[in-house]
Structures are given as structure tokens and as C-alpha cells.
Design a binder for this molecule. Structure first.
Ligand code: ADP
Ligand code: MG
Length: 276
């Protein structure tokens, strides 16, 4: 490995066609790319589709490479590989079956927040289907935002108690909030049903609420996931800051109850044990 090569971690997911063969083709392609020096792959994991239980199961894996490419160049390469594997993008559709999805999880210790590229991948910290394969080949790599290793992130979601914090700004009225939660609860979650403050979902997930940076710091250590309403990110400075606090992962949820429910539901499902 040359001294200017970057150690990076890629997530692979596929649930259409022949996922095993797609994974092999991805590995072959990476190995035959001159700007990529080493390619190490986890074993494949079979996982239940998150967000849409009617989709076929996924095959997930993690791939660790060293590369002399810059992050945007690596993204281009991965998008080309996806394209070659025949993935069709349907505009506006998020949870569609895929021949291959390649994500840059970590790119050295770089933190990138561009429209086309966000690294570390924003949802990697609470997804078991990402962390479990990743820990096999990159257990010691440090997440540059959380300052926690991949192995420790996995331990966090393995802790029996799962606790989700909802971060909102102080101006958000408690009454409003309860109404919102009631509204959310009336939505039919696929498997999880959220109850507020102190009570639990059938999966043992607790939900709590923080309204200040100080509360966040106190609670974040025991939380598995922090959900932030998109609307509040615009308003409260401290919420923007939390993205740089060491701690659990943050998922941004839209303020619309449907999206909120869907995203949280998907986030919770993503923390469940993998099926083998
Ligand atoms: P996802 O992988 O989030 O389920 P898609 O694969 O459909 O969704 O999204 C692909 C787009 O996501 C790419 O065109 C790319 O511009 C953008 N993107 C942002 N950050 C990353 C990242 N870390 N890795 C891969 N793609 C990313
Ligand atoms: Mg992707």
C-alpha cells in the first residue's frame, strides 16, 4: 500500500437477480482497478429487507479497500459498477429491490457533507446489516464523527436495551409533541409500535426526548439512536452540533408523521438481529 492510499470501507447490498454473483463481480472489478490496491471482503450475510417486508431478502457484505482515488472518484467508480450490474434507478423510489447498492461507509477519517456524497454514510451506525459484516474486516476502524470503533458501534446495538432519543428544539411544545406522537401511534407500523416516554415497543425499544445540548450529552451515551426532526435542524443550533458529538447515530426524519414513522420503523428494524 502506497503511503497516500486511503483505507476505506464499502457496503454492498443486493436483493435481485443473483446477489452472490453480483458480489463476486464487484470484487473482481475492484481487484482489476489499478487505483485500488487491496480488497478484503466479509462473508455474505442474508438479511431481511428493511422498510418493505414484501421485498426479497438482501445479501449484505462489507468490502475494505485501499485506494489512491479521491472520495468523489471512488463514488463515480462505484456508481459505474452499480450501473454495469444493471441496477435501474426509479426516480423518487427509495426502497426498491436492487441488483447492487454500493455505499462508501468510511473514507479514511474524512468527513464529507456534499449533496452527492455524505461520508461516513449517515445510516451506517445503527444498521446491523452494515456493522456486522463491517466488524469482520474493519473492527478497529474509527468512525470519525462518533470517534467510536466499528466494533464498539456494533456492541452498542447488541446491548439489550435499545433507547431512541428524539431531539427537538426547546420551542417545541410538550403538548404538541404528545399530539404528534399520538398521531404517529395511530399509524400502522409494520411490527413496531412506538409509545412515548418510559414505555416500550414490543421489541423493548424505549423512546425519550431531549431538548437541549446538555440533555443530549447526558442521555446520548445510553441511546442507540437519535432521531431528529428535519424541521428542528433548521431551528436549533445545538441539534446541528450533535452531529459532531461523540455518541450514537443520528437519523434525520421528516416532520411528516408518515415519513417519521416509516424512517423510525426502518431504523428499528435495522437494529434487529440478522437472519442467517
Ligand atoms: P442509498 O444507498 O442511500 O439507499 P441510493 O444508492 O439510491 O440510496 O443513493 C445513491 C446516491 O446516494 C448516489 O448517487 C450518491 O450521490 C449518493 N450518496 C451520498 N452519500 C453516499 C455514500 N456515502 N455512498 C454512496 N452514495 C452516496
Ligand atoms: Mg447507495
Amino acid at each position: 500500500m502506497s503511503s497516500d492510499a486511503t483505507d476505506c470501507l464499502i457496503g454492498f447490498g443486493a436483493n435481485l437477480g443473483q446477489p452472490e454473483s453480483a458480489l463476486q463481480q464487484v470484487i473482481d472489478h475492484l481487484q482489476n482497478t489499478s487505483t485500488i490496491n487491496s480488497v478484503v471482503t466479509s462473508r455474505p450475510y442474508q438479511t431481511r429487507s428493511v422498510g418493505d417486508p414484501d421485498q426479497p431478502d438482501y445479501l449484505n457484505a462489507a468490502i475494505r479497500i485501499t485506494t489512491t482515488l479521491a472520495a468523489p472518484e471512488l463514488l463515480q467508480l462505484l456508481l459505474e459498477i452499480e450501473k454495469n450490474l444493471g441496477r435501474q434507478r426509479e426516480h423518487g423510489s427509495v426502497w426498491q429491490p436492487r441488483k447492487a447498492d454500493l455505499d462508501i461507509l468510511l473514507f479514511g477519517s474524512e468527513i464529507i457533507r456534499q449533496n452527492q456524497l455524505v461520508v461516513p454514510h449517515p445510516r451506517m451506525t445503527f444498521r446491523r446489516f452494515v456493522l456486522e459484516p463491517a466488524s469482520e474486516i474493519a473492527n478497529e476502524l474509527i468512525h470519525p464523527v462518533c470517534q467510536v470503533s466499528i466494533g464498539d458501534l456494533l456492541k452498542k446495538i447488541n446491548q439489550k436495551k435499545k433507547f431512541i432519543l428524539l431531539a427537538v428544539d426547546a420551542a417545541f411544545q410538550e403538548k404538541n409533541f404528545f399530539e404528534r406522537v399520538l398521531e404517529i401511534q395511530s399509524i400502522n407500523f409494520s411490527e413496531n409500535r412506538f409509545h412515548f416516554a418510559g414505555s416500550q415497543t414490543p421489541d423493548g425499544i424505549e423512546i425519550g426526548c431531549v431538548k437541549s445540548a446538555q440533555q443530549y450529552r447526558q442521555q446520548a451515551a445510553t441511546a442507540t439512536l437519535v432521531a431528529v426532526f428535519q424541521e428542528h435542524v433548521q431551528r436549533a443550533d445545538w441539534i446541528r452540533e450533535t452531529q459532531h458529538f461523540p455518541g450514537p447515530s443520528i437519523v434525520l426524519v421528516d416532520d411528516k408523521p408518515i415519513t417519521f414513522a416509516k424512517e423510525l420503523d426502518a431504523a428499528c428494524q435495522a437494529m434487529m438481529p440478522l437472519e442467517r
